[in-house]
Design a binder for this molecule. Structure first.
Ligand code: ADP
Ligand code: MG
Length: 340
């Protein structure tokens, strides 16, 4: 017999795609905060984010009447029709994250818009909530997620140690902090403040933030990248070939502010290093590619780590040429010791 899934079950299934572990919750909630125009985001986790994950922002907030809707599946304020999807500039647009997270946790959403006092809603393992209660606060939003996967023990079993989950959150947060210098980030775990990153308005402040996030040795070896071609802009840092890695673990690429793992781009960068780095070594980079949102499709995968460029060849060649030129300038004949 064919039956339509209950909304709750549908959400739990969808959660399987989006919500793998506390870090994926953190990523979705930080994206929501960024989409809300936050200038400061605070992430506080307890016990690897499994016991609790609290993300607060100073963004535009959610109106009282919309609070319950924010937790409903396929409810989004970010797109209305297919045309919007074509040039989507926000990080979210599926309207799935909060519903999915709510279906597998104990969630409390507290929010206030400018000039109002604030309200909150709670959900326990379900998407719709009945009562909206007053909860005074300043403008912005706080999402509190407790007991992740409390009602899906099979999923919970797949979580690793608290330490590992903590590291995953930190990695996710670090990527976000690298992508948005105009936003201040704070990261607290089990009461310990790990980072306090103020907004970084100058080049020096940006470099300092990267050094804090990926290590000073990278920054010491970093070459500044700044290249432009028709409709494409590349900036950021690549390590001089003297600083290489045995693993591809210090490779960050942001396309229009989104963290992206892309084979094409990875290939272009490897090619650019080919003459200056041993085959088994991996280059290190923190790069930002900006292009017309209409020429890149971000709707490839729910976690949105993949993108599809309309003109792949153009992007590949632009990256390769820009970096190859830069690396040729600093090319030394003395291959020196590696960084690790
Ligand atoms: P999406 O981000 O794809 O729209 P979500 O389920 O992540 O879907 O969020 C649903 C809606 O809730 C968003 O479209 C937005 O209107 C609202 N929302 C979620 N988080 C925040 C936040 N931190 N600040 C303001 N609004 C938020
Ligand atoms: Mg979202």
């Amino acid at each position: 017999m064919i039956k339509v899934l209950s909304p709750r079950l549908a959400n739990q299934i969808a959660a399987g795609e989006v919500v793998e572990r506390p870090a994926s919750v953190a990523k979705e909630l930080i994206e929501n905060a960024l989409d809300a125009g936050a200038t400061r985001i605070r992430v506080e986790a307890e016990r690897g984010g499994i016991a609790s994950l609290v993300i607060s922002d100073d963004g535009h907030g959610i109106e009282q009447q919309q609070l319950a809707l924010a937790l409903a599946r396929h409810a989004t304020s970010k797109i209305q029709d297919l045309d919007d999807l074509e040039g989507v500039a926000t990080l979210g647009f599926r309207g799935e994250a909060l519903a999915s997270i709510a279906s597998v946790s104990r969630l409390t959403l507290t929010s206030a818009v400018e000039g109002e006092t604030g309200f909150c809603v709670s959900a326990e393992g379900r998407d719709m909530v009945a009562d909206v209660r007053p909860a005074p606060r300043n403008r912005g939003t706080t999402l509190e997620i407790r007991d992740l996967f409390f009602n899906t023990p099979a999923r919970r079993k797949f979580l690793k140690t608290e330490k590992t989950e903590q590291n995953h959150i930190q990695t996710a947060l670090s990527r976000q902090a690298m992508s948005r210098f105009d936003v201040g980030f704070e990261w607290v775990h089990d009461g310990k403040v790990h980072w306090q990153l103020p907004q970084a308005a100058t080049e020096a402040a940006r470099a300092a933030r990267i050094a804090k996030l990926v290590g000073q040795p990278f920054m010491d070896a970093a070459l500044s990248v700044e290249a432009e071609a028709i409709g494409l802009r590349l900036h950021g840092w690549v390590a001089a070939p003297t600083f290489s890695r045995s693993q591809p673990d210090l490779q960050y690429l942001f396309v229009n502010g989104r963290v992206v793992r892309d084979r094409l781009v990875g290939h272009a960068i490897r090619q650019a290093y080919r003459d200056v780095m041993y085959g088994q070594r991996h280059p290190a980079y923190v790069l930002y590619l900006e292009l017309d949102p209409a020429s890149v499709d971000v709707n490839v995968h729910p976690t949105k780590h993949e993108v599809r460029f309309r003109d792949q060849r153009l992007v590949h060649d632009f990256l390769f040429k820009s970096l190859h030129r830069l690396l040729a300038q600093v090319r030394t004949d003395m291959p020196s010791a590696s960084a690790e």
